[in-house]
Write a protein that binds this ligand. Structure first.
Ligand code: PLP
Length: 533
């Protein structure tokens, strides 16, 4: 008996020891693995700073001209880094306010720490696994989307905004072809030999694929590529015109209507407040799918999670891109209800990188960041404040047609062209903020005549106030000096630092609470499943 007892005790000591040893070995392997990647990261930094940054910018410009297709025409300045609302020149000497937010990808700051950290962690664990393999990250992202947008939602992840909206429209066609909801309409069109059509709006921008070009009426995007395939099944109608929509839907051959809730590239065109509600009503009345392209308007930019939330309507298919991964990695998806999502079968649509684990982690972090940073509230409050200030400022400037927008998606339309020159001036109209010289507000035109104003929605109210001086200079205000925020020019004092620390603490407390409750939930789920097994 005694011998048995000793043998048992020895067995359990051995087992515990083996477990500990195995745990220690796998932890050591993981540490070594990460240390290796960290070493590579250091080597990459060393290359950047010791070698690449030594190359004269004139030479880089020449290399770029010769080796990169010139599909953009940026100013000569090379940028080296960006953080928060600021971008720094590659030589580190000049700082600019990011007035464009990478076309609304950087809604929550440039180089958002949380998204960047998640991406780093995800990319250390694995590179792309292909969608023909399972990763926990994909399921966790889907669950997060359901938590935020509704338990009945499904997503199909892609990479770019264009893929998300083109994919959304494609799946709309699949839904039309498969769903019982459209059987009668589909059979009638088949009998009559009529192809179902997609309706889009004049002035739209859905990206750069041949589908998106075929849907566009912008000569610069389409003319060089003619003839474009597919136009005959895409019909254009005026934006913000419910009569035109009804007239077209009445024809009975439309399967979907794709619309941006606010036209971004079209010139920050905000429709009437009741427009999307009217669209939803007409789509329901004529049994047509409503597709919203929220690639630019999504995730806090306009002061709501989605711009369609302002109207209290829900599109059948919504495309989201850009800010979904905080500008850290190209990632996008379209979202639809399960009753339609479940019609898609393996092999019918996909992408190599769509939904790869590191991107899924980054998207999940970005969605949480939108909540924990109160991005919607910031865009709503700071955007409304900034637009009021800009309207007032523009009253004192020549050549302004209109200041319009919603949330932190604002446009200043000029009476004549020359918007590129004004944007150039804006980039070079300096001011001082908290002891730092800032060269100006760096943005681009939205369409022919409109200055695009879409800085990160997290931009400090103080910085927005200080940057008004750039606008006053660039727009030839009759008395720009009244917009100089002298009180904001001094370097931050102790009280500013204390305020900053307090804000940061509040934010981290929120995250710590979320972490704790997620941990409890995960433990509880694991226990429930163990008990059931
Ligand atoms: N849809 C809208 C409304 C956009 O604004 C854009 C890009 O600006 C796109 C689609 C295309 O996105 P991407 O350039 O990521 O393909």
């Amino acid at each position: 008996m005694a011998f048995n007892g000793i043998a048992e005790a020895w067995g359990s000591v051995k087992e515990t020891g083996t477990n500990l040893l195995e745990g220690a070995v796998s932890t050591a392997k993981a540490v070594a693995d990460r240390a290796y990647v960290a070493g590579e990261e250091l080597a990459s930094h060393a290359r950047t700073h010791l070698i690449d940054r030594q190359i004269p910018e004139e030479l880089l410009a020449q290399w770029e001209e010769e080796s990169i297709v010139r599909n953009y025409a940026p100013p000569a300045e090379f940028l080296g880094s960006s953080r928060g609302s600021l971008m720094r020149s590659a030589d580190g000497k000049r700082t600019y306010v990011d007035g464009n937010g990478a076309y609304s990808a950087n809604n929550n700051d440039n180089r958002n720490e949380r998204a960047t950290g998640s991406f780093h962690a995800g990319s250390v664990d694995s590179s792309v696994l292909s969608r023909a393999r399972r990763s926990p990250e994909l399921a966790l992202l889907g669950r997060e989307v359901q938590r935020i947008f509704g338990a009945q939602k499904m997503i199909l992840p892609m990479n770019t905004g264009c893929e998300a909206i083109e994919g959304g429209a494609l799946i709309g066609k699949l839904v039309f072809n498969k769903s019982e909801d459209f059987r009668e309409k589909r059979e009638k069109l088949e009998e009559e030999g009529i192809a179902p059509k997609l309706v889009v709006c004049n002035g739209n921008f859905h990206g750069r694929s041949e589908w998106a070009k075929a849907a566009s009426d912008e000569e610069a995007y389409t003319k060089p590529f003619e003839p474009l395939a597919g136009e005959k099944n895409i019909k254009q109608i005026p934006f913000n015109d419910l009569d035109a929509l009804e007239k077209t839907l009445k024809e009975g051959d439309v399967y979907a209507f794709a619309v941006e809730p606010i036209q971004g590239e079209g010139g920050i065109i905000v429709p009437d407040p009741a427009y999307l509600q009217g669209v939803r009503r007409l789509c329901d009345q004529y049994n047509v799918l409503m597709i919203c392209d929220e690639v630019q308007t999504g995730l806090g930019r306009t002061g709501k999670r989605l711009a369609q939330d302002h109207s209290g309507v829900e599109a059948d298919i919504t495309s989201i891109g850009k800010a979904i991964s905080s500008g850290v990695v190209p990632a996008s998806f379209f979202m639809l209800d399960q009753k339609y999502g479940k019609l898609v079968k393996p092999g019918e649509h996909g992408s190599t990188f769509g939904g790869y684990p590191a991107a899924c982690r980054t998207m999940r972090a970005s969605l949480r960041e939108m909540e924990d940073r109160d991005s919607c509230k910031l865009a709503e409050e700071n955007g409304a404040w900034f637009m009021r200030q800009l309207k007032q400022l523009c009253d004192g400037c020549p050549g302004i047609k209109e200041v319009r927008g919603i949330g932190m998606m604002i446009g200043i339309e000029l009476e004549d062209e020359g918007v590129a020159t004004v944007c150039d001036r804006l980039r070079q109209s300096p001011f001082v903020y908290k002891g730092q010289k800032i060269e100006g507000f760096w943005t681009n035109a939205a369409h022919d005549k409109t200055i695009r104003i879409s800085p990160p929605v997290t931009t400090d109210r103080g910085l927005l106030e200080a940057v008004l001086y750039s606008f006053a200079q660039a727009l030839n205000h009759k008395n720009p000096e009244i917009y100089r925020a002298v009180k904001l020019e001094a370097a931050p004092g102790v009280l500013d630092v204390v305020d900053d620390v307090r804000d940061k603490l509040g934010y981290f407390m929120k995250r710590a609470r979320r972490f704790a409750s997620d941990y409890r939930e995960a433990r509880q789920l694991a226990t429930e499943y163990e008990n059931a097994a």
